[in-house]
Design a protein around this ligand. Structure first.
Ligand code: FHN
Length: 601
């Protein structure tokens, strides 16, 4: 790669093989290519597995000390019982490898304050305080190196329920005025981070967690120490104060809009990070693959968690799902690793798109009826199409351009029957770089997807569209969203308003009276919490879909839709949080209208 422009004072840039400008020596390059990593939450809490004195404690397994308010002196005694004799670093790393994961992040110290590594600076650690006496991180570092997987640490820098000067333990150390966070930094946090960065060879990244109200100076100290000891070690955004090398979404939050490829989301397979005996709410392998694809299509990394038990074994339901993901990636990995977000700035009802250089990958969540597929708005020429699972069988493609409406369409004749049980992928080779019409098009099945990030927002000061693709601070009926989109022919469309909801705070959201106008047509209805159905409990942010009625669009081509709240639900203490609008063509509109009239009559 040759530098094509450089600023002697700051950073040098070059064009990569896809023609994009990239920073030279960009430390995040390996991580952005990786797309998929293993998260491991392992600690003393695995002994309880979410049960305390015969009761299942609500919340994730690793939070048992806080949720059951276990005194630090009592919790400490778990160390004498921690003897994971079945721990096999190579088996864990092999599982990560079989799953197709490229990096591994393990909890070196979680909020309970117990170090899962040899920590000469603090005796409350796995080598000094357990009968087992091993340093599992040393063994994992070695196994990762041998397998070509980047070894990384998680470290809870702010919460430490064992240290009287750190944050979080209000049951043993209730008097906040006696806490001195700098003392904890000097006594425990900085020495331990130093140990992690000097005892295990090259570290891919350090994953700090829950910055809370940490002061900028403390985050800076951690950043400087990391940079000094391992200049190439990445730092995640939860270090605090925007000092990380990349950003993370909230736990179990999937990206709603394309990101700049420096995002990661951490996800649980059930609802707990640490081992929890009674949590059997496992996501299926297909759901997990769908999430991986969702992340890749938006340029984000997917960090999938496992919670080993106290004997050192990764539970079978975790392992089985990981192996299935690995089998899918063996065939389709090219469509995930080292890819960029979809060139289309909106989602499709049938699936998602990733891209690499001049190739697009179509990931089918739903197989098109009879195998007949169309993609609207792709302006580049398609040279060939093939199924990733059967690369030698060419697939017929035909392309048209309607000059009058400047409408581009690709027809692909796929096999009639879905060729794989889980998410088949079709690769399209293009002539040149992908060029997609940025204006949302009516796609196959009559779907027009209008995400919030493509809208023009008219709103009082303080209301804005966030990078995660939702509207921030929409708390009155003043704001409006306007979208421009294309439809293929006149017709009747259902109007669906999609709102985001934080499942853990669902009760705070309201159901609002909303109005959508397209030309002179109006649809009115209620949108929000009333339509919220949990799709998977592990996903914290989910969408409610509210069908608010019909609009008749009388002409082909570009139109504008406007969304506003007519009556803001006064009970809402969160915010109205639309993620988008979806218009869906009503098939056989004439007979539909006839039957509606008959129903009303
Ligand atoms: O409180 C922790 C939780 O236990 C877990 O470690 C997750 C992983 O992202 N982080 C915190 C909550 O955001």
């Amino acid at each position: 790669m040759k530098p094509v422009c450089c600023n002697p004072l700051i950073i040098r840039y070059a064009r990569n093989k896809e023609g994009n400008m990239v920073k030279l020596n960009d430390k995040t390059a390996w991580w952005r290519k990786a797309r998929f990593g293993m998260f491991i939450h392992w600690g003393l809490y695995a002994i309880h597995g979410g049960r305390w004195k015969g009761r299942t404690i609500p919340g994730p397994g690793e939070w048992i000390m806080a949720k059951a308010r276990i005194p630090a002196t009592e919790y400490e005694q778990l160390a004498a019982r921690f003897n994971p004799v079945k721990f096999d670093a190579r088996a864990w790393v092999k599982l990560a490898k079989d799953a197709g994961m490229k990096y591994l992040v393990i909890t070196a110290k979680h909020h309970d304050g117990f170090a899962m590594f040899n920590s000469p600076s603090n005796n409350y650690n796995i080598v000094a305080a357990t009968p087992w006496g091993h340093d599992p991180l040393r063994e994992l570092a070695r196994a990762c190196r041998a397998a070509g997987i980047r070894f990384c640490f998680y470290y809870s820098q702010f919460n430490d329920w064992h240290d009287p000067d750190a944050h979080g333990n209000t049951w043993d150390f209730p008097d906040g005025t006696r806490k001195n966070f700098s003392r904890y930094m000097r006594r425990k946090c900085l020495p331990q981070v130093r140990e992690l960065l000097t005892q295990y060879g090259p570290v891919g990244l350090i994953w700090f967690d829950t910055p809370g109200s940490i002061k900028r100076g403390h985050s800076l100290e951690l950043r400087r120490l990391t940079r000094r000891l391992q200049p190439d070690c990445l730092i995640n955004g939860r270090l605090g104060h925007d000092l990380g090398d990349y950003d993370g979404l909230a736990d179990n939050q999937l990206p709603a809009v394309p990101t700049d490829s420096r995002f990661e989301t951490a996800v649980t397979i059930n609802d707990s990070w640490g081992f929890k005996k009674d949590d059997r709410n496992w996501k299926s392998a297909e759901t997990l693959i769908t999430q991986l694809v969702e992340c890749a299509s938006k340029g984000a990394n997917y960090l999938l968690n496992v919670g080993p038990d106290s004997t050192g074994v990764i539970p079978r339901p975790n392992a089985a799902r990981l192996r299935k993901i690995g089998r899918w990636l063996k065939i389709n990995g090219e469509a995930i690793y080292d890819t960029q977000p979809s060139p289309f700035p909106y989602d499709f009802a049938w699936g998602r798109i990733t891209r690499r250089a001049n190739r697009l990958y179509l990931h089918f969540f739903k197989w098109p009826a009879g195998g007949e597929f169309t993609l609207h708005g792709l302006r580049s020429r398609v040279r060939r199409a093939r199924l990733m699972a059967k690369p030698s069988t060419p697939i017929p493609v035909c392309q048209q351009h309607d000059r009058k409406h400047d409408e581009h369409v690709v027809h692909i004749s796929l096999p009639r029957r879905k060729p794989a049980r889980i998410i088949p992928v079709v690769a399209l080779d293009l002539e040149g770089r992908p060029d997609a019409d940025p204006l949302p098009q009516e796609q196959m099945g009559g779907h027009v997807m209008l995400p919030v990030n493509l809208a023009v927002l008219r709103a009082p000061k303080g209301v804005s569209i966030g990078p995660e693709g939702t509207v921030r601070n929409w708390r009155t009926s003043a704001p409006q969203l306007h979208w421009t989109f294309n439809i293929r022919k006149p017709g009747l469309f259902r109007v669906v308003v999609e709102t985001w909801l934080d499942r853990l705070r669902a009760e705070r959201y309201g159901t609002h009276q909303v109005k959508v106008t397209v030309g002179r047509e109006t649809a009115r209805g209620r949108a929000g919490r009333a339509d919220f159905k949990i799709r998977h409990a592990g996903n914290r942010y989910q969408t409610a879909q509210s069908d608010i009625g019909l609009v008749n669009i009388a002409s082909t081509g570009a139109h504008t839709a406007t969304l506003l709240v007519e009556k803001y639900d006064p009970k809402d203490t969160a915010r109205f949080d639309p993620v988008g609008l979806r218009l869906v063509r009503v098939k056989n509109a004439k007979s539909f209208i006839k039957s509606m009239k008959a129903g009303i009559g």
